[in-house]
Every structure is written in C-alpha cells, then in structure tokens.
Design a protein around this ligand. Structure first.
Ligand code: DC
Length: 224
C-alpha cells in the first residue's frame, strides 16, 4: 500500500497533535511533533541562558541534539534533548512563552527542517507544525490547515494544564495563544500560512470523532 506524507499545520492549541497521533496510529505511520522540537530547543537555550538575539546562538546549535525515543510509560516516542527526556518540561508555560522568540531564528529552523525532511523522506509520516506543507514537505500528498477560535483553544490548554496540576490563569493562557498566533503568522522566517492546496479544518464546533472521520475520509481518497 502507498505510504504518503500528511502535513498538518495550523494555530497553536487547536488539537493538531491529537488528530495527528490518532491518524498515525490508525495507519501505522510515524508521528512527528515538530513543535516539540522547537520547544526542546527553546528549553536548551533557556537553561544555558542564551537569549534569542545572542551572537553565540548559531555556534551553540552544534551541541544541540534533539531526538524522538521510545520510553516505557509513553505510548509514542518522546522528545529528548541531548539524551534527556524533556517531554513534560517543554509543555510548561515558561517554554510556551519563549518559544516563538527562538522559533523565528533561521539557523535553528534550517537545522530542524533538515532533520524533519530526513525523518519523513520515505513517506508513511504524519507531521504537525507551522511550516510542514509550506517548507518541510511542499510536495506532501495531503495537507491540512487546522484552526479553532482563540477562546476555545485557550480553554482546552487551560484544562490540560490544570489536569497536570499546574496553577495557571485562563486569561494568561488566552493572551499567550493570541500572542503566539500573531507571532507565528507575522514572522519573517517560514510564517504560518494556509497554502493553497491545504484543506481547512476549523474544529471549533467539531467533536474529535467528527474531525477524525472527516480527515480519514480525505486520507482514503489519497490512498486510492
Ligand atoms: O505546536 P506547538 O504549540 O507545540 O509549537 C510550539 C512553537 O513552535 C509555536 O509557537 C510555533 C513553533 N513552531 C514552528 O515555528 N514551526 C513548527 N514547524 C512547529 C512549531
């Protein structure tokens, strides 16, 4: 059976990774969370005290290794920063607040994009991010552009963090979501755009099941 590349781009916290994981599981494809890679890189620079505008940043990239590895207790491979499992730490608000400052750095994007292209070159991959259909795999067989209203996305992220025991405020999360939309869409390097061959999926009023059905339908047509 044909093994395609499925590129999922869209706004933050709109459930891209949830649907991407479900699809990957159904098709037995590799799932790549590229946001986790930018988050891990951000964590690396925060820990080292290297600011996004630092002159030393490009050199520091040589010592940055990001990989996905299988760990017991996790259903899918998780992101590792220089050998350390950072899956939990990269989801914290401190990283979320800083990540757009680092993800606009061209040298970092170049490094991560080439790693992503390598992972997906054989097909059979579901990759989510901001520039997958536009930069990483412009030739992807299926491209989706996902979104939902900022309020709904903030509420989903708020619930997620509260469930993990973090003490957070809804207003602060909403502000973070709106700010990141603005930064993701207006940055010079690989801004978030809906490419013309991407299918728009606004899941503000869709259940997970409806969304999965809609997307699986699109995939089946590509596999014929
Ligand atoms: O999908 P996410 O919210 O975990 O992504 C974290 C940040 O990384 C987000 O602010 C945008 C950036 N990002 C990016 O610039 N390019 C990607 N392919 C994926 C994420």
């Amino acid at each position: 059976m044909k093994k395609i590349r499925i590129a999922i781009d869209g706004h933050s916290s709109c459930g891209k990774s949830t649907i991407a994981k479900e699809i990957a599981k159904k098709l037995d494809y590799i799932y790549v969370d590229t946001g986790a890679m930018y988050r891990a890189a951000t964590l690396y620079f925060i820990r080292k005290g290297i600011r996004p505008d630092s002159e030393n940043l490009p050199q520091e990239l040589n010592d940055l290794a990001i990989e996905f590895k299988t760990v017991s207790g996790y259903p899918l491979p998780v992101v590792h920063l220089n050998g350390e499992n950072v899956e939990e730490e990269i989801r914290r608000l401190e990283v979320s607040n800083q990540v757009s400052h680092y993800s606009k750095i061209a040298a970092l994007r170049k490094k991560l994009v080439s790693q992503q292209q390598e992972i997906g070159k054989m097909g059979g991959v579901v990759m989510d991010g901001r520039d997958i259909g536009s930069v990483v795999f412009p030739e992807a067989e299926l491209k989706l552009f996902m979104t939902a209203s900022p309020e709904i996305r903030a509420k989903r992220r708020y619930d997620e963090l509260v469930q993990k025991g973090e003490s957070v405020e809804y207003e602060a999360i909403l502000e973070n979501v709106i700010q990141r939309d603005k930064e993701d869409s207006s940055r010079k390097e690989s801004p978030l755009i809906q490419v013309k061959d991407a299918v728009l999926v606004d899941n503000s009023n869709m259940t997970r099941e409806e969304q999965l059905e809609f997307v699986m339908d699109l995939i089946q047509k590509k596999l014929k």
